[in-house]
Ligand binder design. Sequence first.
Ligand code: FES
Ligand code: FES
Length: 199
Amino acid sequence: MSKISRRRFFEGTGAGIVATAVPLQGQETKAPPPGTVPRTTIQVTVNGERRKIEVEDRWTLVEVLRDHLGLTGSKIGCDRGECGACTVLLDGKPVYSCSQLAVWADGRSVQTVEGLSPNGQLDPLQQAFIQHDGPQCGFCTSGQLMSAKALLNRNPHPTLDEVRHAMTGNICRCSNYNRYVESVMAAAGTLSASARRKA
Ligand code: FES
Ligand code: FES
């Protein structure tokens, strides 16, 4: 079995990390006065629909998706690029949307979990997640779905190791990793009896 690591996930997805300045004790920074934060109008295709949005340059992508476009399917677990709950596809690649500035999405395409079922009909991947008991509390599920979707888009019939590798960037506090992997294998039509035993 090839070595699976979270480091390889980061290298493979090209997820950018926004540097977070943590003030030292006694050095707390004050919020800038209203109206002094630079704003930029960006054009982003979100779930196939072109959107023109004015954003503050400091806003993250997940902030815009959740708080300004009402797409609350992307969750914020850590807000610092560690858990994967906020994973969306940016030009088809999985990224942590808490670690991307919204202005970086200008001219690009974003798919969120809402984009998997635009007409209310669940994507086969979502159906497989349900059938194989992927979600437990469900908090990490949308991120797991988007990482799995990116994998199946580029590799419709992944091996067990390829699925595990593709989802190493998504942490599940319910520790239901085996079920998530099994769900993706089932959606890909590659879930064998032996894979089920190993998963
Ligand atoms: S909320 Fe973005 S990685 Fe955790
Ligand atoms: S299902 Fe609960 S965090 Fe993953």
